[in-house]
Design a protein around this ligand. Structure first.
Ligand code: SAH
Ligand code: MG
Length: 210
């Protein structure tokens, strides 16, 4: 098994909400797109590191770096009483959800510690202090309207011309899921700054133009 195959097989074992076909598309499109060695990629929404392994496996082979950003306390739908709650991720000290130890274990087991770098904190605070242009931006953070729109406003201007914007959990049919990821996807297209490149399941991939 090649290193890349090994990582893709490992990604299947990581906890998370990324179906295999979408993870493989994330990986393949990042790899196909990658040009400049030393490029900077960033994902908003790390959870336990599953998408970070799919993207990190691509980053490693092209000498890019992936920042994996999360405050690690989960989104609304991850909290107790909601659909995606997992009580094994509760920190017994303060009773809050904490995915950081699991994320760290994932990245260590994948041997991606020099490729996938954690950024721990609220997305908007990090964005306000993050000046590095991005070759790839993957938005998969909070899916509430306020958070999703704030991520759109704060992060998409950092994508370089020719760079990729990937958005997860885009559902055209409201019966399948929440609206905000779909709405920011439409806003990206309507802005004239992005064009459609590919899609797989709920993953949408756009390219920055101009
Ligand atoms: N991309 C991951 C899944 C991310 S789940 C994967 O496919 O494996 C969404 C994550 O966004 C959660 O871990 C949650 O903690 C994080 N999140 C939500 N709102 C955030 C915010 N404002 N700042 C930082 N992280 C946030
Ligand atoms: Mg998602």
């Amino acid at each position: 098994m090649s290193r890349r195959e090994e990582l893709l097989a490992f990604a299947d074992t990581v906890k998370g909400f990324m179906p295999r076909n979408e993870g493989l598309a994330l990986h393949r499109l990042a790899l196909e797109h990658a040009s400049a060695a030393g490029a900077t990629w960033l994902e908003v929404g790390a959870w336990c590191g599953k998408s970070a392994v799919y993207l990190g496996a691509a980053a490693e082979s092209v000498n890019a770096v992936l920042y994996s950003l999360d405050h690690h306390h989960g989104s609304e739908e991850n909290q107790e009483g909601w659909e995606h709650f997992d009580d094994s991720l509760i920190d017994s000290v303060d009773g809050r959800l904490n995915t950081l130890p699991t994320w760290q274990r994932t990245i260590a087991d994948a041997r991606l510690e020099a490729t996938v770098l954690g950024l721990v904190g609220p997305s908007l605070v990090v964005a306000a202090h993050f000046a590095q242009p991005l070759e790839i931006l993957f938005i998969d953070g909070g899916h509430g309207a306020e958070v999703a729109w704030a991520d759109f406003a704060a992060w998409t201007p950092k994508v370089v011309s020719g760079g990729l914007l990937m958005i997860h959990d885009v559902f055209e049919d409201p019966a399948e899921g929440g609206r905000p990821p779909f709405e920011i996807y439409l806003a990206a297209l309507e802005s004239g700054r992005f064009v459609d490149v590919a899609s797989e399941g709920s993953l949408r991939v756009l390219r920055r133009v101009g």
